[in-house]
Design a protein around this ligand. Structure first.
Ligand code: MEV
Length: 342
């Protein structure tokens, strides 16, 4: 038996970083996905094995190493066990442990006889560590894929589980990335209601090819906030105001204003110091053909997004340095999707 679930990558159009401190944000799911397949590999074994395969490597851990069923993946062991596991595998181990704990509370039948061993395989076309939500999409797809073998969950429950899983590697997450990966489309976080009026936006994504750590960038911004409390609070107000204006621009299909607001948002991101020379260089290279350009995601590397008119799209590669990757993204209205197979 196996369960397959997929979830989309994301971009943040407005509000990254500020959203961690309570502002709104506008995010969209895009047409790149991660698929997580969870397969029952063995039944009725004493210890069982959880095996995880991803492009980052392979990891194995016993699922039930205590004859009394206080298995290794139990909630009581999370702090001890999870911290010893490499961060790229931690959310999956957490999710399996969580599901086993939940199952244990519902039944007195030994779990190893019911669930056996599990193999989780991650296939992704989302670039890792560049601000396109690879880790959130993985957590959402894994929460859907793993839970499906144990218990049918609502989208809301899958979302909550995926946020908990993501917190095992990034405790300060705002939850915005997992939310858009769960529901798809374009949303104004914290609402999950889709913004209908996205009129086929032509979004260019350019990858600086500099990997970043979202956790480190978020910590850096928290330090900035600590040292510049009043200004940071003003910037949060400005961001919320800007998002209000963006809503109007979207309603009016006003691309020019939308672009201007992206560039304005970039100024706030510069001020909180999550930009760098490479990103600034890329943004300035696209100036003549874009209506607006900004970092998307945590910054300090990763990707920028630009609002580019159709007729200018083919000029982009010549404007960017040769070592940068770029592609045009479409908004994906589909969020997490899954199915179970025999
Ligand atoms: C990362 O994609 C977005 C941040 O705002 C962090 C978060 O919202 O959790 C930087």
């Amino acid at each position: 038996m196996k369960s397959i679930a997929s979830a989309p990558a994301k971009i943040i159009l407005f509000g990254e970083h500020f959203v961690v401190h309570g502002t709104k944000a506008i995010l969209a799911a895009i047409n790149k996905r991660v698929t997580v397949t969870t397969t029952v590999t063995e039944t009725r074994t004493l210890t069982g094995t959880l095996k995880i395969n991803s492009q980052l490597g392979t990891f194995e851990i016993p699922m039930y190493d205590d004859p009394k069923q206080a298995n290794f993946l139990s909630v009581e062991n999370y702090d001890l066990g999870l911290s010893m596991i490499k961060s790229e595998f931690r959310p999956f181990v957490y999710l399996v442990g969580k599901m086993l704990d939940d199952a244990r509370s519902r039944t007195s039948v030994p779990l190893n006889f019911q669930y056996g061993g599990l193999e989780i395989t991650i296939d992704s076309d989302i670039p890792i560590g560049v601000g396109l939500g690879s880790s959130s999409a993985c957590c959402v797809a894994a929460a859907a894929s793993i839970s499906e073998l144990f218990k049918k969950l609502s989208s809301e429950k899958i979302l909550n589980l995926s946020i908990e899983a993501e917190k095992t590697i990034f405790p300060d997450t705002s939850g915005a990335d997992c939310t858009v990966c769960t529901y798809g489309g374009m949303i104004e976080y914290p609402s999950i209601e889709k913004i209908g009026n996205t009129f086929d936006l032509n979004l260019l994504i350019a990858n600086s090819m500099i990997p970043h750590s979202t956790k480190r960038s978020v910590e850096k911004v928290s330090k900035f906030k600590e040292n510049n409390e009043e200004r940071f609070s003003q910037l949060c107000d400005l961001e919320n105001g800007l998002i209000g204006e963006v809503n109007l621009a979207l309603k009016n299909k006003d691309l020019t204003t939308l672009g201007l607001k992206m560039s304005e948002n970039q100024k706030y991101l510069e001020e909180i110091q999550v930009s760098n020379d490479t990103l600034r260089g890329m943004i300035s290279s696209l100036k003549e053909i874009s209506l607006g350009t900004k970092i998307t995601g945590a910054g300090d590397g990763g990707c920028i997004i630009a609002l580019v008119k159709d007729e200018n799209m083919d000029k982009v590669p010549a404007l960017l340095p040769k070592d940068k990757e770029c592609f045009s993204a479409k908004i994906d209205t589909k969020g997490v999707e899954g199915k179970r197979e025999k």
